[in-house]
Design a protein around this ligand. Structure first.
Ligand SMILES: [Zn+2]
Length: 567
């Protein structure tokens, strides 16, 4: 009965709210993106006594907090090279030993410069309990695809002159000009809140899920200084990132900002873009920011409950003028449109609710049918080229999806696709989509060389936890090479007491972190050597010959296991 009562009630809301349209604010232009570069003018700013932020040297800021005899670093930039540059500047201000490094979250632009800041003083490294798992996920289980998509989104294969800025920083340094990561894993972690003192400075860390689930913010109560990590920066927030991300819980993000607001900070020092000062000013900006996020969340859910699909909502949702006009919500990184789709998928998953999407025609069949409708492949190409000439670049791009699905190697269709992508990219003011278009166009060049920005090296492998490494093996099993196999292996180590039993069973790899009797082959090595060989950094035949891997039992089974993991 209750349910029946609510139906007419909802209809009333729907019919009233849909009669008036919301006035949208003016979208930024590519020229606005160029002007946005002034956010990243290279400098070290003393925000308040003893708090210095280095802006413009890397995608993310690094922050120095001076103590009496020792210092704190909040976020470390994204490579050894950028960290060295910033550390030299910080050392000139205060060269006391660094006693603590704080990671606001796991992303590489905040963590991959750590070795440089840690090299003289072996500091504690503070992070949330879940940071290690997320660090490992990026450099392990999803490394190839997150590397490829990040490379596109940040434009790291484009000439630097084409990368105006990345919206939250001047450029992503990882994988650019040979710069290398120097990651350290956290040594002190917490779940909700932790307080400690470094060099006489009282520090409080609050778990603050938002841009990532492991996000924290730093609060220095004596200085009334708050460091929000990536839960706040001067652009519309990346409520979804097109490089790919676990669901970013918007309601949690709003709540995290509210906790910050109620601490009434005098200084707000984000890990991207410039610091802010003044309690009222900060409160006003944070309120606008959290309202922008909540608006996208609430209105997506409202429209979703009315039965709209993710694409319908993305086409409908407009940030109202008072929010969209805020310089802190301009679309230089995130976008309400992408965010709405993410909220839908966070609550309801991939299915848009349309029965025609349940079991669509295979893509090739749809393409061939579409081509037939268009009067044949040549006719569709001519139409697509006409659309391009008319400036309908999105349509010409979409038509190349069909053309290339049918003839993947056709030069003319590829050229048209490339031109469409370049035209779309040049018109785009959001750096993420701008560089995604332009990089995708560059990838169609005949001599394009892929840029693996997270290529594993010996140093990275050494630090990578063996448990995470063994997990990564599971998603590298090739069924075509293993459906006829049933092999049990045991890995033990000369430099730790750990062991792993591994069962390759007809296309599935079971990994258990203990000994199970019955293995046909036992392999003993250091943890590092096993990781190096399994990841291809060291050669298997050489490792077998020189005893890097000591093998007892069936070498045939070992080789058969390895061959199931390689493409
Ligand atoms: Zn960041």
């Amino acid at each position: 009965m209750k349910f029946l009562f609510f139906i007419p009630f909802f209809f009333i809301i729907f019919s009233c709210s849909e009669t008036t349209s919301i006035e949208a604010s003016k979208s930024p232009t590519p020229d606005d993106l160029i002007a946005h570069s002034s956010e990243f003018k290279k400098e070290v700013i003393e925000v308040t006594e003893g708090v210095h932020v280095a802006i413009g040297y890397a995608l993310a800021n690094a922050i120095l907090v001076e103590g009496e005899n020792s210092n704190i670093i909040i976020d470390t930039t994204g490579t050894i090279e950028t960290a060295r540059e910033v550390k030299a500047l910080f050392d000139a201000i205060n060269s006391n030993p660094i006693e603590a490094i704080i990671y606001t979250h796991n992303h590489g632009d905040h963590t991959y410069g750590a070795t440089v800041f840690a090299e003289d003083s072996n500091p504690d490294i503070y992070a949330h309990d879940s940071t290690e798992e997320y660090l490992s996920r990026v450099i392990g289980i999803i490394r190839p695809i997150i590397s490829a998509r990040s490379n596109r989104m940040f434009g790291n294969s484009l000439p630097k002159s084409e990368v105006e800025n990345n919206g939250i920083g001047p450029f992503l340094e990882i994988g650019r000009d040979g710069r290398q990561p120097g990651l350290l894993y956290p040594t002190k972690t917490f779940s909700d809140k932790i307080k400690f003192e470094v060099g006489g400075v009282k520090v409080e860390l609050f778990h603050a899920p938002g841009e990532t689930n492991d996000q924290l913010f730093v609060w220095l109560p004596e200085k009334k200084a708050l460091f929000p990590g990536d839960n706040f920066y001067k652009t519309f927030p990346n409520l979804y990132t097109i490089r790919g991300t676990p669901y970013r819980d918007l309601a949690g993000w709003v709540n995290s900002i509210d906790v910050m607001r109620y601490l009434q900070p005098e200084f707000l020092i984000p890990s991207h873009t410039r610091p802010l000062a003044g309690q009222d000013n900060i409160n006003e900006i944070l309120t606008t920011y959290r309202d922008g996020i909540q608006f996208v969340h609430d209105q997506t859910v409202r429209l979703m409950n009315l039965g709209l699909g993710p694409d319908d909502i993305a086409e409908t949702l407009v940030l109202p003028k008072h929010l969209g006009d805020s310089p802190f919500l301009k679309e230089f990184y995130g976008s309400p449109e992408w965010s709405a789709k993410n909220v839908f998928s966070g609550y309801l998953g991939w299915f848009n609710g349309n029965p025609s999407s349940l079991k669509p025609l295979p893509q090739i069949e749809e393409a061939e049918n579409f081509i037939k409708l268009a009067g044949g492949w040549d006719s569709l190409l001519a139409t697509a080229e006409g659309s391009y000439s008319n400036g309908e670049f999105q349509w010409s791009l979409q038509l190349t999806d069909y053309l290339l699905k049918s003839k993947p190697d056709d030069t003319q269709a590829k050229l048209l696709r490339q031109s469409s992508l370049v035209a779309l990219g040049n018109k785009e003011s959001n750096p993420n989509s701008r560089y995604y278009y332009l990089s995708s166009a560059a990838e169609l060049d005949k001599d394009y060389q892929p840029n693996d920005i997270l290529l594993p090296n010996i140093e990275a492998i050494t630090k990578y936890p063996i448990e995470s490494f063994m997990e990564t093996l599971k998603v590298n099993v090739i069924p075509e090479k293993s459906l006829d196999k049933n092999i049990q292996l045991l890995f033990t180590f000369t430099n730790s007491t750990k062991s792993f039993s591994v069962f390759l069973r007809k296309g599935v790899l079971e990994v258990q972190p203990f000994m199970v009797s019955g293995s046909s082959v036992q392999v003993t090595s250091t943890e590092e050597d096993l990781k190096s060989v399994l990841s291809g950094v060291k050669s298997l035949p050489i490792a077998l010959v020189n005893g890097t891997l000591q093998v007892n039992g069936s070498r045939t089974d070992l080789l058969s296991f390895f061959s199931s993991l390689r493409n």
